[in-house]
Design a protein around this ligand. Structure first.
Ligand code: XIL
Length: 442
């Protein structure tokens, strides 16, 4: 009888000690119990409970419309400038950059706690006249200079860049005939290498349409290119699948296979420009559910807020009608997100080729904050930078030496005698999207 009591009190003591260590480690007086997620009532919050973002395209010209900004501010956690970061907008004359419209979208997103997808650095469309007049090595140099100029301006601020957009032809699966293509097949890999050097913190994506159907020649060609890039160490982190669905290009039953197969190459996949003719609720739910079943499908972006904001408004393809009211497709998407298994899915963020890798894993969760574990591989002396999506903040760390920059919302961490496993506590302030991390040798 005495023995059993003693054993019991030892168990209690050990639990108390562990509890004290946990409280010290997080710098918090009280460590609460992790809670299951309740159904969220916005797209962004519902997606965040699965560790994903839900985004929209934003036009700078509409930021003065209070109905537009109210919906966009409430529902979405990721912003893609619809036209403001394209080549004709950012470099209207060679070497003369204009970041005014892009900054208006960026600033609105940052002030409202949203992350930004950079769209797009090299595209056959939306080219200023001066660029169309160039060819050969002069054009190649201008392409690289453009990447350098735009990415330097937004360095450290962009979740992912669509480095190259729509470089493949419909039907045949060959490369699209463009001025860029006429500089040589290797223009895409040169663009990605330049992009990595210009901003190592941004994920680098290839983005295209009509690559939803796994069996189409175009999808196969893009897949072959990404596989080749991964095998040769050309830096690519993600594939953006536009998903503009119409009766001519309907949602394919094998979309999930496409997402899964790209992800299996070691890249993230993102649905980047979703709109569906007529906005059938079941199809919207299917697309979102497809993403939710693939751990490396990190988010979905719809191409505009209201039907009247759409580039093909006649198709009424979006989630809100012209009055800003929620359509049945909205409810279908929200329900699909809320039906997902709660909790972020671990998604390793790739690092530049030849350097180290920092991988995040889910830790304890509380109503106002959550823990992430970080494991570093590939180096003993490393520097990890962690960019936290505003308004979330890192409030504590353990087993690491870290500096927090409140202006950029970026933490820089070094081992400093600790090991390669450490962690952070993040106060989410409503934004549960995981930070992005990158690792390099010290
Ligand atoms: C579209 C915009 O929505 C329009 O406002 C603009 O006139 C043309 O471009 N694929 C893309 C997007 O990658 O950039 C395009 O956006 C739609 C197709």
């Amino acid at each position: 009888m005495t023995g059993r009591l003693l054993a019991g009190s030892r168990v209690v003591r050990r639990t108390l000690v562990l509890g004290a260590v946990a409280a010290l480690a997080t710098g918090l007086a009280v460590a609460g119990t992790p809670r299951a997620n309740a159904a969220a009532d916005t797209l962004g919050a519902a997606a965040a409970q699965t560790g994903r973002y839900f985004g929209t395209a934003i036009s700078a010209s509409k930021l003065g419309d209070p109905v537009y900004t109210a919906i966009a501010g409430r529902e979405f956690t990721m912003v893609t400038p619809e036209n403001e970061m394209k080549l004709d907008a950012t470099e209207p004359r060679q070497g003369v950059f204009n970041f005014g419209p892009g900054d208006r979208v960026y600033d609105w997103a940052a002030q409202n706690g949203k992350q930004v997808r950079g769209h797009t650095l090299l595209w056959h469309s939306g080219q200023p006249q001066w660029l169309q007049n160039l060819s050969g090595s002069a054009l190649r140099q201008a392409m690289i200079d453009h990447i350098d100029g735009v990415m330097a301006h937004y360095k450290g601020k962009i979740y992912a860049w669509d480095v190259v957009n729509e470089a493949f032809a419909d039907g045949t699966g060959g490369r699209r005939n463009s001025n860029f293509q006429r500089t040589g097949d290797d223009w895409i890999e040169h663009a990605f290498r330049a992009a990595r050097a210009a901003d190592p913190a941004a994920k680098l994506c290839y983005n295209d349409y009509n690559i939803e159907n796994w069996t189409s020649a175009k999808t196969q060609s893009v897949y072959t290119m990404v596989k080749d890039f991964r095998s040769r160490g050309v830096p690519i982190d993600c594939v953006g699948i536009q998903a503009h669905f119409t009766s001519g290009n309907p949602y394919p039953g094998d979309f999930r296979t496409t997402l899964r197969n790209f992800a299996a190459l070691g890249v993230d996949v993102q649905i980047t420009e979703l709109d569906i003719q007529g906005a059938p609720p079941a199809t919207y739910a299917d697309v979102v559910t497809d993403c939710l079943t693939v751990p490396r499908c990190t988010g979905v972006t719809v191409w505009g807020v209201r039907d009247t904001d759409s580039w093909r408004s006649g198709d009424t393809p979006l989630l809100f009608d012209g009055d800003g009211d929620k359509k049945p497709a909205y409810t279908a998407v929200l329900d699909a997100l809320n039906a997902a298994v709660p909790g972020p899915s671990p998604s390793p963020t790739p690092s530049p080729a030849g350097s180290c890798t920092a991988t995040l894993s889910a830790g304890a969760k509380w109503p106002d904050r959550y823990n992430l574990g970080v494991t570093v591989t590939g180096s003993d002396d490393w520097i990890v930078t962690m960019t936290v999506p505003r308004p979330a903040k890192i409030i504590a760390t353990w087993n690491v030496s870290a500096r927090w920059n409140p202006t950029t919302n970026v933490m820089t961490a070094r081992p400093d005698g600790h090991g390669d496993s450490w962690g952070v506590t993040i106060k989410h302030h409503g934004n549960r999207t995981w930070p992005t991390v990158s690792c390099r040798h010290a």
